[in-house]
Design a protein around this ligand. Structure first.
Ligand code: BG6
Length: 490
């Protein structure tokens, strides 16, 4: 995948036409949860302190779009992140000032189990997350915990072959049980795997320690099966041990449009989208859908599925969460069209859409589309747990303070929230919205600091320089008002 470099003021290309805007009544229901989302490996730093072992992220200094390194290297910005490990109190204080009602964050598996296959957790790691949870509670912020956000312990990748190995189900269960036992009293909402469908495209995210083009489909789908079984097993465990707990799956959502009205393109789009919705179908329905069985059969893939696996898969999720950044197009013709760089999933460029500085096509209406599709398909409450604009920000001085005039970010988020409002008015049940990276963090795909999503600027640069000071951007006050008005003031 080519990684575009940042250009000038986002977005860098005008849309051919504006998305339809409709006035809607103020539709956000009481109790709708507003907040932000982060991941341990992108914010914490402290990569080797407090007993933490390395995760796959510690050998990805160029992000998932670059090859892994043999060992952790000092050029990896994630080693320091934004130093949340030491600054979490101040950062949570800033989130409280924003009025956050919910914070989505992940628990770094290798901070609790440095290798991943131990029987007992690293108590220093447990203490860190207990302290974070106590701080959130002090501010009345509801935690939404991702158990595994692209943070498979490196040892499990290098010594077990990652999720291709059935043994990981047991190791993950042990990790999840520890989280439930130690943190369950304070956490109601849990997500099992971040963007579980992305492992089809980047198998190293599932700890399969080979270049993507050397991993066969059989190995990938066997690993996917193990993850699905693990997800179902810990869902059952949460239901059995934590009264009131709600467990969700988490998908990378990108609606796929046919490039033309040619029925062959319509089918190609539907078929392509099923690669992702497959994961939701299993999580929600509790069994493999017919189209997936056909795909496996016709590709000569015989999965090792036990009777116990089938029984475990019947433990289905309470809600479906997803990230949304962009939509894609698909065509039945051989791929001659321009491809878009994007959020992990490949697709054909949509000529009607503008794109971000990193080439991610901006499509607010796509959020309404995907919300309606998922609701119609699964009839489960939905939770938007990532959405936002990665952009280059310029620090400026205003009234003696440093800030960023990020009106482009406000425009992006406002347009998406308007479409979310439409979807709620359409009858879609949505639990909440957590903006991605409310505080600038190290990007996932390219491991850059300069790709910023935050309402809060962090003084850190791609070369690792910077004071790590935090500065609220213009979008900070805007989002604070959105939350305070429960979405009435967009
Ligand atoms: C999602 C991931 O794919 O997209 C996040 O769950 C990630 O971890 C986000 O940061 C945005 O991607 P990027 O590459 O811009 O950081």
């Amino acid at each position: 995948m080519t990684v575009p470099t940042a250009s000038s003021t986002p977005p860098d290309r005008a849309p051919a036409h504006q998305p339809p805007q409709q006035a809607s009544p103020h539709p956000f229901p009481p109790g709708f949860l507003w907040g932000g989302a982060v991941a341990a490996n992108q914010i914490e730093g402290g990569w080797n302190v407090g007993g933490k072992g390395p995760s796959i992220q510690d050998v990805l200094p160029g992000g998932i779009t670059a090859p892994r390194t043999a060992t952790p290297t000092a050029d990896n910005l994630k080693q320091v992140g934004i130093d949340f490990y030491h600054r979490y109190r101040d950062d949570i204080e800033l989130f409280a000032r924003l009025g956050f009602e919910v914070l989505r964050f992940s628990i770094a598996w290798s901070r609790l189990f440095p290798r991943g296959d131990e029987d007992a957790p690293n108590e220093e790691g447990v203490a860190f997350y207990a302290a974070v949870l106590a701080e959130l509670e002090r501010h009345g912020i509801t935690p939404l915990v991702t158990l595994s956000h692209y943070e498979t312990p490196l040892y499990l990748a290098e010594h077990y072959g990652g999720w291709a190995n059935r043994a990981l189900i047991g190791f993950y269960e042990c990790f999840a049980r520890t989280c439930f036992e130690r943190f369950g009293a304070r956490v109601k909402y849990w997500l099992t795997f971040n963007e579980i469908n992305s492992m089809l495209h980047f198998p190293f995210l599932a700890g399969i320690d080979k270049p993507a083009d050397q991993v066969g489909q059989a190995e990938i789908y066997q690993a996917a099966h193990h993850m699905l079984v693990a997800s179902a097993r810990v869902t059952a465990l949460a239901h059995a041990t934590l009264p009131g707990a709600k467990v969700g799956c988490m998908l990378l959502a990108a609606p796929v449009y046919p490039l033309t009205p040619d029925p062959a393109d319509v089918w190609a789009a539907l078929d392509s989208e099923r690669r992702s919705t497959f994961f939701g179908d299993v999580h929600v329905r509790g069994y493999y859908p017919g189209y997936a069985l056909r795909f496996l059969r016709e590709n000569g893939i015989t999965l090792r599925i036990t009777e116990q696996d089938r029984a475990d898969l019947r433990h289905t999720v309470d809600f479906v969460s997803f990230s949304y950044y962009m939509s894609l197009c698909e065509s039945a013709a051989p791929r001659q069209e321009a491809m878009v760089a994007g959020n992990v999933l490949p697709g054909v460029e949509n000529p009607t859409l503008a794109a971000s500085q990193w080439g991610w096509q901006i499509d607010p209406v796509g959020l309404r589309v995907v919300l309606n599709q998922y609701w119609d398909r699964w009839q489960k409450p939905l939770f938007i747990v990532e959405n936002g604009l990665g952009a280059v920000d310029q620090l400026v001085e205003e009234d003696g303070r440093l800030t960023v005039h990020d009106d482009y970010r406000i425009d992006y988020l406002r347009a998406h929230l308007q479409q979310l409002a439409q979807a709620i008015a359409d009858g879609v049940e949505v639990l909440g919205y957590t903006a991605w990276g409310p505080i600038d963090l190290v990007s996932f795909s390219t491991a850059q600091m300069s790709k910023r999503y935050g309402f809060i600027y962090v003084d850190r640069n791609d070369d690792g320089s910077g004071t790590l000071e935090r500065y609220p951007k213009r979008s900070f006050e805007w989002f604070r008002r959105v939350i305070a008005s429960n979405g009435a003031e967009l």
